[in-house]
Design a protein around this ligand. Sequence first.
Ligand code: NAI
Length: 353
Amino acid sequence: MKILQNIDTHEKVVRVEDKATGLIAYIAIHSTLLGPATGGCRLFDYETEGDALADTLRLSKGMTYKNAIADVGLGGGKSVIMGPLDPSKREAAFIAFGRAVHQLGGDYIAAEDVGVSVNDIHNIAKSTKFATGLGDNGNGFGGDPAPYTALGVLGGIKATAHFALKRSDLEGVRIAIQGIGSVGSRLCKLLSDSGAKLVVADIDSAKITEVCDLYQAEPSSLNDILLSDVDIIAPCAMGRAITVDIAKSMRAVAIAGAANNQLASPLAGEVLFNRQIAYAPDYVINAGGIIMAGAEYLKNLTEAKMTKKIDEIYGRILGLHVQSKHEQKPSYLLADKLAEDIFAKAFLEREVA
Ligand code: NAI
């Protein structure tokens, strides 16, 4: 494990290499101000190590903001593993990754993210206790965060529909979902159960067929999904989906989805704001999973209290939309400010104590 110097935006960034399994990974600890840096481990086929490192840096910062606003009692971190892994060495690679996590002494807590399953987290946990998303923690919940993320996103979509469409329910509301993986597929069910009409796209056509059969959803092409003639778009695939071009030409009046880092650039956010497209800030709406995984790790909440925290996402998103309209400031900047006020308070308390 090699500690990377000269990355002064983060507390610690390490590169992990295990020659026996071919594992190459990065772990970024953005901040431990509010607690151990906690965030998912992503397995993705990055083109270059530079891409992997950049993703870890971006995502770990997002986790600091997400965990602060969701009040989970944790700091922000993230890790990425360069894919693809040799399937015959996958278990050993995650065990090796767990050894690196362990060497960080509890400053980073690993959980599931794109490409990483509950089983992989169990393999990480063979060499470290600093992992979560494993299973029932004794309080009646635990394991895969995706269902909890989907639940929180549903609340955020309802709040967004309330604000942007003046709707108190989702009956007949048209929603386009980009990416029907762990979160997106569960979100489709929740939205369909709420009466929404779905348009879906995924690079995996089998998933589209399944969702269309189950929920009478309409299939869309990968290129058109974000430009669909719907009320709300829900990006639930990879980050940076909302480019300036998409922001300029999308037809929906709102964006509310699960993906991390949805805005490809600050300019894309500015275009959305100028077009009065209501944007539910990604790290606020998608906090359900970390609320659950954080409580699984810390064992500090009953199931009822943990669920209540996820339910609070509705009010938080509605509040940001309303504040954005009143103060004429983009919702994602208001979310950043909310988190930064929490950091300032925690910093002062720590320094003055
Ligand atoms: P996943 O890997 O299970 O699903 C992603 C889906 O998107 C896959 O079905 C994939 O085929 C599809 N996809 C990829 N590129 C696409 C494209 N260009 N167009 C359409 N579909 C595409 O991942 P998961 O866990 O569902 O996460 C989705 C997003 O939500 C990610 O950005 C993740 O960081 C974020 N997120 C996930 C959480 C969780 O609890 N799993 C928690 C918070 C955020």
